[in-house]
Design a protein. Structure first.
Lengths: 116, 116, 116, 116
């Protein structure tokens, strides 16, 4: 995925509409949580099994795709305006998680996963 | 960003810990909303101006980076298990938004942005 | 529940700390979504069955209680600063839902519940 | 506010539609986060000042009222199915916050409020 190119496209989209005034990191973070809420809405009454066997051509799959893309759009905008390298940040967090959840003790262990 | 490679790394991370049983799309969507909530927490008491002028080396910037990476990790997992092409989905949504918010009428117009 | 009394207690708590400057409706809405995210975190890796049979004295039940109270606190603050009558608003929405989901067609129907 | 009466009304609403099967605590928590996301959507592009001076008869005020009521509805359902005393929980959290944010050191201090 060409992150820089997508961010450039979104930057132009925003500038053409004079929307930079609305795109403070605070507002973009808030917009990302709204989109995450819409993603949750797609899955909220489904069983886990139903969510695992969604038909590729179902309305719910199309809705999930759309909401995931909207979350990604705000992620791209936020990392752009905050000058964060998203790929680097992801690799750092995975490394941290590897240390935090060692294979031995975390195997099949949901509780490890739970609240601090 | 090499999406396929990051998804592969996360797939191995999950398999090694036998966590696929927890990674239903429903649960991953729920985890993504938790991370979005933690992102919101970073910005909730800041003014928009403060969010625009965050110091690169501040605790808040580090926290924003970490939470954005966590959101991205669940986005990568979700698009992987649902077989969604994230880049394609993003481009489709941008195209839809270009049609929905024509430059002329949307210029500097926050209300266009508001609730259906 | 004495809503007015709780709102009065929270109003004093806020005024004593000179926090009204932070409690704009926008910020309070953002704080409410953070707390909702923490509530989601409690349940995200649990099965539905596990969530139905939570032990009254478990850490997860204590966490759920705490997060639900935090959501309520921001709900009380928001309805206070916006001069919204919460009980009236709830009754109106239930009435709307009764019209929207007639017993006959909605019986046991999860799809009715799904996306617009 | 007569919590018990509202919970009874919602319990009947749910039973008449045979929706108890969908109302696991996990699903209700997910639905609450969706509604919190819709609340965030109302305020995301507004300035803090605009959110403080919302007109009582505006579309945004009506939307805020509706979303706050929806959050409350899921809060009522969740505390009902989990047998949590919401008023008690709120009072406990306020007492904890009073201890956590002593008036002296917290006065006008946004950073106290920030991330752990």
């Amino acid at each position: 995925m060409n992150i820089a190119k997508l961010q450039q496209r979104l930057r132009e989209f925003t500038a053409e509409r004079d929307w930079d005034q609305f795109h403070s990191p605070k507002n973009l973070a808030m917009a990302l949580t709204s989109e995450a809420g819409e993603l949750a809405e797609v899955f909220q009454w489904m069983s886990e099994d139903q969510s695992r066997t969604l038909d590729e051509s179902s309305t719910n799959m199309a809705a999930a795709k759309e909401e995931l893309a909207d979350v990604m759009i705000y992620l791209l905008r936020l990392t752009d305006v905050l000058h964060i390298n998203l790929e680097e940040a992801v690799n750092e967090n995975i490394a941290l998680n590897e240390a935090k959840y060692p294979v031995g003790v975390s195997r099949g262990n949901a509780t490890k996963y739970n609240r601090r």
